[in-house]
Design a protein around this ligand. Structure first.
Ligand SMILES: [Zn+2]
Length: 198
């Protein structure tokens, strides 16, 4: 694995999408068919994980392809949560990849109704900044994207109340770094809070 900020061809984007899906699953950021990953290609097409598929078993032939409006461009049906990815791509022309997961620590904050806004770790402050909490919206509905919309332009990761986390960046490896860095910080925050209560 070698994070790169260089433009990627479709073959590389497909390979990296599969690798990130496997990483998400191996790290228990997702279970069952949870979570979804997408990449926006230079020609505007979106590669996305399909609906109801375990990310640990993701393969090239399962990748769905859509346009920016979510219209199918191959035989696979994209995740029902693709709408949040498309919102981010529309709001942020600089974003080329999105990772959505239910990582244990980040999701614990999201369920508790807490944003991650305390500057506690220097690496995270410098790279990710604060992670706001979008109010609850039912997954896969306009209600969720409406809650996210005002926050997308100003942050590279969001928590979604009672749901999980989403991170995005100029390429898939940047989105993955934000995902894993956010979860690492959330774990530190959970540990810090429990120790302060003793
Ligand atoms: Zn979800």
């Amino acid at each position: 694995m070698n994070p790169s900020l260089e433009p990627m061809d479709e073959q590389t984007a497909r390979r990296d999408l599969i690798t990130v899906c496997h990483l998400m699953y191996e790290r228990s950021y997702v279970v069952s068919s949870d979570g979804n990953v997408s990449v926006r290609l230079d020609d505007g097409r979106i590669l996305a994980t399909p609906t109801m598929t375990c990310k640990g078993r993701m393969t090239d032939d399962l990748i769905a392809v859509t346009d920016i409006d979510g219209n199918k461009l191959n035989e696979r049906k994209a995740s029902s949560e693709l709408a949040m990815h498309l919102l981010i791509y529309r709001e942020r022309p600089d974003v080329k990849a999105v990772c959505h997961a239910h990582p244990p620590h980040g999701t614990a904050f999201a369920v508790a109704g807490l944003a991650i806004d305390q500057p506690i770790l220097s690496e995270v402050i410098l790279t990710l900044g604060c992670v706001p909490l979008a109010s609850y919206g039912t997954p896969s509905t306009d209600e969720l994207t409406q809650q996210m919309q005002p926050l997308v332009k100003h942050h590279n990761a969001l928590l979604m109340a009672n749901h999980g986390a989403v991170a995005y960046g100029s390429d898939l490896w940047r989105a993955w770094v934000y995902t894993s860095r956010g979860e690492g910080r959330d774990g530190t925050m959970c540990g810090t809070r429990s120790r302060r209560r003793r």
